[in-house]
Ligand binder design. Structure first.
Ligand code: K7E
Ligand code: CUA
Ligand code: CA
Length: 610
């Protein structure tokens, strides 16, 4: 039976084929033309620079991925909450990055929301902040070096999720706990559960105060005038099961009146919990306003002009438009299934990601408010199940309206199969015209949630060529070995193509503290040092100093060598750690660049070489 049907279909197909043929050719031709012009749009020839930096949160990779846009070329991974031995980041006990990370929690993180600093409603290129949802931390990245400058634990919250900068001043970054707990710490009684929004000093990341309430908070966004900050709340039920969390048809957007919270703080209307002043929202009327909206909302995005908050419905096919000053719901347009996040082009359009529909929908905000029927402008398919979407400059007051990234959860057949798991997939969409146009797809490690794009001009005079000399730097000619009992401090320099000292000796069981400075003055001339069989690798960029600590617990010769191919003499760039038995005599040869050796090697009075 089945076979007969197939035969019939095949026969029909044959009959129909001549009619279809020219159509197919035309379609194929059109598709080919489109992909050629898309390829041209993103083609940045080798040696030419991209227009934008895109910072993608690394999700459970614990880092930030940096891509060039529009080429979609991967440029850098900024290691933050997870060690990266290859970059010498946090893999060496004794290094600053290691100490800072272990002091705040585990050697792993789950990064979701990259946030760029702003001045006067524009990106200023100073800082990037990012959260660690799993371990309740916030990190600050210095955009001069693209390295972590600070990491702090946020007390009293769990599931540190929505992160945003308080605008316009950026004096705080604020973060909310998505997972409800007893803020004081140890109760298992769900009746005691609360969630908190923490306001952190944007520079030190010290938690200045918190506002607590019953329920939870998911995604955060700041008003533009210094009054309210907003967050979506999907568990107003304060439930502990997923069924319980979807009981109500309406949950809420919460608005925190920041000046009022500051006043409550000044008036002493708080309790200290683990050293942090916590304002209970019930005790300070007006500090938290709940705006009911449907249903288990997710994304929360203030429009560039600061007039509205758009909250994406997730379990409701709507986006709720709230007046950012009166806090009244003014429209609830339907946009499609599974709306998660919304972003802006600065021309009055919103772009909402639809997780269930696997689409980005473009719609006109004022038309939707006026109830005009043609508020939907365009829809485009993305591959597949989009989470966040972000247009360039969308978080500022001046979006650039040219590029948009769709951060998709599943790539299915988009890339060569690499086992049962596949890479994460991002798509680049041209939003400069009336119609959207997908021009590229690019993979990444797991798992970008959100992204921010900044024009390269903003960072042009920010990114440094070499490190400023740190106070701990070892200077050329001042290399030395300092012994203190069984602790040995080795002050080492490296420059093409030599380590100084090129050899040092210790006793078995000595604890070595290595201080290594790269004394190159040329950009990009990175050196590394790996100690054979010691599990130690440092990487130092020009001007940078790195440190590590390890115990020489085996007798013998251990070569250390440069791990970054730096010069024609890269392979020769190596030295020996000589581990001798306790009590053995130790030599102090430092090498030809060290002053101490020059003095020591100077011909002695009366010697044959004088
Ligand atoms: Cu939507 Cu953590 Cu911003 Cu993921 S969150 S998608
Ligand atoms: Cu230095 Cu290779
Ligand atoms: Ca709910």
């Amino acid at each position: 039976m089945k076979n007969k049907n197939l035969l019939l279909l095949a026969a029909l197909g044959l009959f129909l084929l001549p009619g279809c043929d020219s159509d197919t050719t035309a379609r194929k031709q059109k598709a080919a033309e489109q992909s050629t012009s898309a390829a041209q749009q993103i083609y940045v020839p080798p040696g030419k620079l991209d227009e934008y930096y895109a910072f993608l949160s690394g999700g459970q990779s614990g880092s930030v991925f940096v891509y060039g846009i529009p080429s979609c070329r991967f440029i850098k991974e900024i290691a933050i909450f997870e060690p990266r031995a290859g970059l010498g980041y946090a893999n060496n006990p004794g290094s600053e990055s290691y100490k800072r990370l272990v002091a705040t929690g585990p050697m792993w993180g789950d990064t979701h929301h990259p946030v760029l600093s702003q001045t006067d409603g524009r990106y200023d290129g100073h800082w990037l902040w990012i959260n660690d949802k799993a371990n309740d931390r916030v990190a600050k990245v210095d955009l001069r070096t693209f390295e972590v400058a600070e990491i702090k634990l946020v007390p009293n919250i769990q599931g540190a999720h929505g992160l945003a900068a308080y605008l316009p001043s950026c004096k705080y970054v604020f973060i909310n706990g998505e997972l409800e707990t007893d803020p004081a710490g140890n109760s298992t009684d769900a009746a005691k559960y609360r969630s908190l929004v923490a306001f952190l000093d944007a520079q030190t990341l010290e938690t200045k105060f918190q506002v607590s309430f019953v329920g939870n908070a998911d995604i955060a966004s700041s008003g533009k005038d210094g009054r309210y900050v907003f967050m979506t709340m999907y568990n107003t039920e304060n439930a502990t099961t997923s069924e319980g969390m979807i009981e109500r048809d309406r949950d809420a957007v919460g608005a925190i009146d920041v000046p009022l919270a500051e006043k409550a703080l000044a008036d002493g209307k708080f309790t200290k919990v683990n050293g942090v002043p916590v304002i209970e929202s019930e005790k300070v009327p007006g500090v938290l306003t709940l705006i009911p909206i449907p249903k288990n909302p997710h994304g929360c995005n203030v429009t560039p002009d600061g007039k509205y908050i758009l909250a994406s419905g997730k379990l409701s096919p709507t986006v709720t438009i709230i007046d950012a000053h009166t806090l009244k719901v003014i429209a609830e347009p339907e946009v499609g299934l599974g709306p998660l996040h919304t972003t802006y082009d600065g021309r009055g359009n919103a772009y909402t990601s639809l997780f269930v529909d696997s689409q980005i929908v473009k719609w006109n905000i004022e038309k939707a408010i006026k109830g005009e029927r043609d508020y939907i402008v365009d829809r485009v398919d993305v591959h597949y199940n989009v989470g966040h979407t972000k247009a360039a400059g969308s978080d500022t007051s001046h979006p650039s309206g040219d590029w948009l990234i769709s951060l998709n959860k599943l790539s299915k057949g988009m890339f060569l199969p690499v086992g049962p798991g596949m890479p994460e997939s991002q798509e680049l969409i041209d939003i400069s015209g009336e119609k959207m146009r997908v021009v590229a797809a690019f993979p990444s490690l797991p798992e970008p949630h959100d992204a921010v794009m900044v024009h390269r001009k903003v960072l042009e005079n920010v990114v440094v060529q070499t490190y400023e000399i740190q106070p701990t730097a070892v200077k050329l000619g001042e290399e030395k070995i300092v012994r203190n009992g069984n602790k040995v401090d080795v002050y080492m320099t490296c420059i093409r193509s030599k380590f100084v000292p090129e050899q040092f000796e210790v006793h078995e069981g000595d604890e070595i503290h290595l201080h290594l400075t790269n004394v190159e003055t040329v950009r990009d001339m990175t050196h590394g040092v790996a100690f054979s069989r010691m599990g130690i690798n440092l990487a130092v960029d020009p001007g940078q100093t790195a440190e590590t600590t390890f115990v020489a617990d085996k007798l013998g010769t251990y070569w250390y060598y440069c791990t970054w191919f730096c010069s024609a003499l890269h392979l020769e760039m190596r030295g020996r750690l000589l581990v001798k038995p306790p009590g053995a005599e130790l030599n102090e040869y430092l090498g030809p660049l060290a002053k101490a050796d020059k003095a020591r090697n100077a011909p002695k009075k009366g010697s044959a070489f004088e």
